[in-house]
Structure formats: structure tokens, C-alpha cells
Design a protein around this ligand. Structure first.
Ligand code: COS
Length: 381
């Protein structure tokens, strides 16, 4: 059930206030310490942000996709590390359970994910399986009423805070490729799970990614998501959704950076006038606004189509591809408009420039999105 417009606007205004009043003042310190303050996490819990995409009957807000991307755009108005706190519970960590879980699995896991009591992570990527996700080598071998899991997952967002993993593993090692893969809910406290230290990254300090090693981990068979062999499709459908959400975040970040650039162009003087009066600066502002507006329209259109029950694999890929490339260009222009000030840390622009780089890589690189788009076109979708 979509929210009525008044309730939706109230929710967006509340998120906007939280972002402006709580997150923005903490951006520099979070980046410097690579640590997310507890009060941010608590604040997000109190607002119900961990559960925005989880159905109401399981304790979430049950937002539709259009509503979710609007929230994602609001969250994009601060360092993307903040969004990452809830990112996996809203998206790739929980949606396998929402879309493919049995009633018992949903009842057991979703209320705790919706409240933020536990965090979920999505374990697909491996050292040898990034873009080629179907080549993953982690195994889940059935032994009686359990699967025994062995393997290493890499760059797993929020793994060091996770209470559960949505894991993709090869349940039929004789079958190479997508067909031999199954998906599982894996409680993070099972014996044999080792989470590595957070990686040192280019940006988004405060959001952590780690290796997760599974060593003879016994996962009860009733924690399998969907049918045996369906795990790759689970992952792809989860990613279809996740890509739209990320595209929404890209729009939000772009709008924040455009706002910063406009303010700077209004104040900064060179050659005896405000730099905003120079047409070459105006051209950069105009290009950024045009592109971010195009991305906003695209994301909302794809989200509305999904809410209407359409398959949006191609539209989600288009939106993720365009919006992530767009925010890269917008961040680059923001640095250019700020000039030297854009390059030094105090103004925070260079931090965003680094933060947005990952959008072109995670949840599918730009090249993977191109491939998905073209394949769907050729199939006639
Ligand atoms: N929805 C439902 N099913 C899908 C699907 C989707 N979006 N995409 C693929 N499938 C199905 C296909 O229909 C096919 O099923 P059948 O064998 O029954 O026909 C199966 O999955 C395999 O699909 P495909 O042949 O397209 O797989 P490929 O190995 O060629 O891989 C890409 C496709 C490259 C698109 C996929 O591996 C991918 O998205 N890689 C990037 C992974 C990623 O985003 N990683 C980020 C990690 S999370 S931060």
C-alpha cells in the first residue's frame, strides 16, 4: 500500500531534518575516525530507517520502490557512509528474505532486521568472482539436515556488524555457472565464521567492508532461500532492486554537490566579480543540473514501473549506470568550481569526489550494467 502523500512528505521531511541536523555536522569526524557514532545508528533505528523496505506485517515501514528511492535521495545529501549504515538491511542483505523467504524465515528474521536489532550483509563477491558472480567457488554441501559451507567472501559491506548473512554458495559443485548456486540465510554467530578487519578504502570512511571466511560452517537446511539451484536468480533479483536504490543515492549526492557549488559560485570572487557570473562556470552548473535532473526522472520512472509490477532489470541497470556516472561528473565539476578549495580537505568536496567513485563499481560495475542493458535489448525486453 503506497503512503498517502501527506505521510510520505512527512517521512521525507523527517529524514531530511535528520540528515541536515545529525549527519552533516558529523561528516568530517566520521571520515577522519572511520567510525560511525552510536547516536547516528540509534537515530536511524528510531526513525525506522532500517526497515523502510520490509513489509509492515514484519515490522517495517513497507515502502514501495518510489518511496524508497525518494528516501535514498534524501540520505544522499550527506556522506554516503551514513546511508551505508542501513543500506544492507534495506537492500541486498534483507531482500532475499523479503522476496524468497518462507513465512517461517520471514517471521524469524525480518522484524529484527526492520528494527535494526541485527544487521544483514550480502555475501556474493569472492576473491575470484566479482563481475563474474556465477563463477563463485564457495561451496554448500548437503549433509543430512544441514549444508556445510566452505569458502571466502570478499568486500562484504557491514560484515563486521552483521548478525546474519544472505549467502550465495555452490550447492552442486558438479555444475559450473549459475545453475549450481543456492542462497542461504546464515546466522553470523555460527561456529566457523571468521570476519576479517575492515579494508582501508579510497572513500566512504565509516562504512566498512571485510572478508568473511566460512570454515565447515553447518547451516540448517531450512535456512535455504528458495529452491536448491535458484541462488543466482535470488542474487540477481535482489540486485535489480538494489541498483535502483543506489541510483537514488547518486541523485541525492549530486544534488548536495550542486547546492554546494552554486553557493560557492555565488560568493567566491575573481577578476572583480562572483565566479557564478562567468559563463564557463555557469556551463558547468547547468550541465550538472541537467544530468542530475535526468537521473532523478529516470530513477523515479523505473521505481514507479517496479511498483506497478513490471520487471525492471533493464531500467534499473540504465538508472544505476547513468546515475553513478553522472554523480562522478558532477563531483568532478564541483572540485573544478571550488578550484584549490575543492582539492583540500577542509571544504569536504574532495571527500565526496572520492566517496562517489565506488558507485560505478559496487552492485555491478558500469560495464556490467551496459551488458545487462544490451542483453535485455537483444532479448527484446
Ligand atoms: N532476474 C532474474 N533472473 C536473472 C537475472 C535477473 N535480473 N539476471 C540473470 N538471471 C538468470 C538468467 O535468466 C539465467 O537463467 P537461466 O539459466 O535459467 O536462463 C541465469 O540467471 C544466468 O544468467 P546469465 O547467463 O545472464 O549470467 P552471467 O553469468 O552471464 O552473468 C551478469 C550475468 C554479468 C549480469 C551477473 O553476473 C552480474 O550481475 N554480475 C555483477 C555482480 C554484481 O553486481 N556484484 C556486486 C556484488 S554486490 S555489492
Amino acid at each position: 500500500m503506497p503512503l498517502d502523500l501527506e505521510t510520505r512528505d512527512q517521512l521525507l521531511a523527517t529524514v531530511r531534518r535528520f540528515v541536515r541536523e545529525t549527519c552533516v555536522p558529523l561528516e568530517a569526524i566520521v571520515a577522519e575516525t572511520d567510525r560511525m557514532p552510536d547516536r547516528v545508528i540509534e537515530g536511524m533505528r528510531a526513525l525506522g530507517l532500517f526497515g523502510i523496505s520490509i513489509p509492515q506485517e514484519h515490522g517495517g515501514l513497507g515502502l514501495g520502490m518510489e518511496e524508497e528511492v525518494l528516501v535514498a535521495m534524501e540520505l544522499g545529501h550527506t556522506s554516503p557512509a551514513f546511508r551505508s549504515v542501513i543500506g544492507t538491511n534495506v537492500g541486498i542483505g534483507s531482500q532475499g528474505v523479503v522476496m524468497f523467504g518462507s513465512e517461517a524465515q520471514k517471521r524469524e528474521w525480518l522484524p529484527r532486521l526492520a528494527s535494526g536489532e541485527i544487521v544483514s550483509s550480502f555475501c556474493l563477491t569472492e576473491p575470484g568472482a566479482g563481475s563474474d558472480a556465477a563463477s563463485l567457488r564457495t561451496t554448500a554441501i548437503r549433509q543430512g539436515d544441514h549444508y556445510v559451507v566452505n569458502g571466502t567472501k570478499r568486500f562484504i559491506t557491514n560484515a563486521n556488524r552483521a548478525g546474519m548473512f544472505t549467502l550465495m554458495a555452490r550447492s552442486d559443485p558438479a555444475r559450473k555457472g549459475a545453475g549450481g548456486i543456492s542462497a542461504f540465510i546464515v546466522p553470523a554467530n555460527l561456529p566457523g565464521i571468521h570476519v576479517g578487519p575492515p579494508e582501508k578504502k579510497m572513500g566512504q570512511q565509516g562504512a566498512h567492508i571485510c572478508d568473511v571466511v566460512f570454515e565447515d560452517v553447518r547451516v540448517p537446511a531450512d535456512l535455504r532461500l528458495g529452491e536448491e539451484g535458484d541462488g543466482f536468480k535470488v542474487a540477481m533479483q535482489v540486485l535489480d532492486r538494489g541498483r535502483l536504490h543506489i541510483a537514488g543515492v547518486c541523485v541525492g549526492v549530486a544534488e548536495r554537490l550542486i547546492g554546494e557549488a552554486v553557493n560557492y559560485a555565488r560568493e567566491r570572487e575573481q577578476f572583480g566579480q562572483k565566479i557564478g557570473e562567468f559563463q564557463l562556470v555557469q556551463a558547468m552548473l547547468a550541465d550538472s543540473r541537467t544530468e542530475s535532473y535526468a537521473a532523478r526522472c529516470m530513477v523515479l520512472d523505473a521505481a514507479c514501473k517496479r511498483d506497478a509490477g513490471e520487471k525492471v532489470t533493464m531500467e534499473a541497470a540504465c538508472a544505476k549506470y547513468f546515475a553513478s556516472e553522472m554523480v562522478g561528473r558532477v563531483a568532478d565539476r564541483a572540485v573544478q568550481i571550488f578550484g584549490g578549495a575543492g582539492y583540500v580537505a577542509d571544504y569536504g568536496i574532495e571527500r565526496f569526489y572520492r566517496d562517489v567513485r565506488i558507485f560505478r563499481i559496487y552492485e555491478g560495475t558500469s560495464q556490467v550494467q551496459q551488458l545487462v542493458i544490451a542483453r535485455n535489448m537483444l532479448k527484446g525486453d
